[in-house]
Ligand binder design. Structure first.
Ligand SMILES: [Zn+2]
Length: 171
């Protein structure tokens, strides 16, 4: 049976990452409620391993899930990542947290990747930050094409409207 559990550890990593990145301070200032989960699901996307994912909690679910977003780290897939890589992964997932500026009411959304990763992640940490030592043979196998898609695939976050089944769509 797969597990999904609340993770104090990832919550702690996120606090540290938010401290260290001014571009994330607004998340704290606005008191965005984020839940951190650890899953041992070996999640894959287009054949690559998904390391993490940021999900917006639908308003309908909020009475049961008192968070605005959930960040899931797939622990089986991140085995072998260094502490530093985990922090970059968390930074990446936190960058998905966005605000819909249209309208007067505060509405959150999932920021899409601006390149195949976030430019700010690549500028700071290099394009291959997820590869070095990550889940060893699993992440390092595959041709060049796969390498190019690796970072995008290593993150399961899907902006609303991009979900093929439209499941993220109803606000
Ligand atoms: Zn992502």
């Amino acid at each position: 049976m797969e597990y999904v559990k609340v993770s104090e550890e990832y919550s702690g990593i996120a606090e540290k990452v938010i401290d260290e990145h001014e571009d994330l301070h607004w998340i704290r200032n606005l008191k965005v409620r984020i839940g951190y989960l650890a899953s041992d699901r070996e999640k894959k996307k287009d054949g690559g391993l998904v390391l993490g994912e940021c999900i917006k909690v639908k308003p309908l679910y909020r009475p049961y899930v008192p968070h605005d977003f959930l960040i899931v780290i797939y622990e089986t897939n991140t085995a072998g990542l260094t502490e530093n890589q985990m922090e970059i992964l968390m930074y990446h997932e936190l960058l998905h947290i966005g605000i819909d500026e249209a309208g007067e009411e505060l509405k959150y959304n999932i920021n899409p990747h601006d390149v195949e990763d976030f430019r700010t992640v690549i500028d700071r940490y290099g394009i291959d930050w997820a590869k070095r030592g990550a889940s060893k043979e699993k992440l390092s196998t595959g041709g060049e094409n796969r390498e190019k898609k690796q970072i995008q695939n290593a993150c399961g976050s899907v902006p609303e409207g991009d979900r093929p089944d439209g499941s993220g769509r109803s606000n």
